[in-house]
Design a protein around this ligand. Structure first.
Ligand code: IPD
Ligand code: CA
Ligand code: CA
Length: 287
């Protein structure tokens, strides 16, 4: 039944004696329910896996890790999506889904980070998340971020607000830099190829405090519930932020590049996630 519903429904429509075909799109609500259920199931798998030894491989260096679980969880989503929505595309960090030829802005695409914060998964066994988003022709529609250790499921469906474990999250209010906790990776506060690190000094100096979790998805999820007020990064990929963008935008938050432009979901980019109004204040320091 669900598989059947996953396809476009074609309903004959009698009008003025003529038969037309009305193409009715499956509601996003069903995709949303699936996304939440699959993410919780994958999270349970990750939580259980921590009882055993984690098999770690270096991707490019000892600080760029991947585990068997990253690939397994991505494959889990790919199997589910292919079963229920064979026409949908998948953009996953581990690239376990191949042979897809599509244009992001013309397709229905799942954007998946099976483990965001793999270093935390390996070293801390906490502070990591599964990030799952659904974009329809380039438009952010569904965002799910799940912290399986805290059992915190952040969700958003475009036009329906955002929730934490099913409880509606209030719209975000503006705040000042002086009252803000800003998340930034300390890598950007030493000489680097992306920004003159000195531009970050006044932010470090004037903010109430600097924090960094080590999972881009969680930094954004935490802004949505007021545990952080902004997150600055200079090199994030679509899967790190796909879900966070949906959640934050549903709450009136800002998700832009450091230039204040819309984030391109087909490449890595600079990123600034904030409560409303705070983006401009931070951009003024960084420009
Ligand atoms: C990383 C984390 C980290 C961010 C890196 C990401 P990964 O994702 O989100 O916090 O600073 O840029 O690549 O590799 O753990 O999925
Ligand atoms: Ca990531
Ligand atoms: Ca990852």
């Amino acid at each position: 039944m669900l598989t059947f519903l996953a396809f476009l429904l074609r309903i004959p429509n009698y009008y003025n004696g003529k038969i037309t075909i009305e193409v009715m799109k499956l509601s996003y609500q069903e995709i949303f329910e699936h996304a939440k259920n699959w993410t919780k199931e994958a999270g349970e798998n990750l939580r259980e896996s921590l009882k055993q030894t984690i098999e770690v491989e270096f991707k490019t260096s000892a600080s760029d890790l991947v585990t068997k679980k990253d690939r397994e969880i991505e494959q889990f989503f790919a199997l589910k999506i292919n079963e229920f929505y064979p026409q949908h595309m998948i953009l996953g960090e581990e690239g376990t889904v191949s042979n897809q030829d599509y244009v992001f802005t013309e397709s229905e695409v799942w954007v998946i980070d099976p483990i965001d914060g793999t270093t935390n998964f390996v070293n801390q066994k906490m502070n990591f998340a599964i990030s799952v988003a659904f974009y329809d022709k380039g438009q952010p529609v569904i965002g799910i971020i799940y912290d399986p250790i805290k059992d915190e499921l952040f969700t958003a469906l475009k036009g329906h607000g955002a929730s934490l474990n099913g409880v509606t999250i209030e719209q975000l209010r503006a705040t000042t830099l002086q009252e803000s906790l800003i998340s930034v990776n300390s890598l950007w506060t030493i000489p680097n190829e992306k920004i003159d690190e000195k531009k970050l000094y006044p932010i470090v100096e004037h903010a109430r405090g600097i924090r960094y979790i080590g999972s881009a998805a969680l930094e954004i999820a935490w802004i949505s519930v007021g545990r952080l007020d902004a997150y600055i990064d200079f090199r994030l990929s679509p899967w790190d932020i796909g879900a966070g963008i949906v959640i934050l935008k549903e709450l009136g938050g800002e998700a832009t590049t450091l230039e204040g432009l819309e984030i391109d979901m087909t490449s890595t980019s600079t990123t600034l996630f904030t409560r409303p109004g705070l983006g401009e204040v931070i951009r003024n320091y960084l420009s």
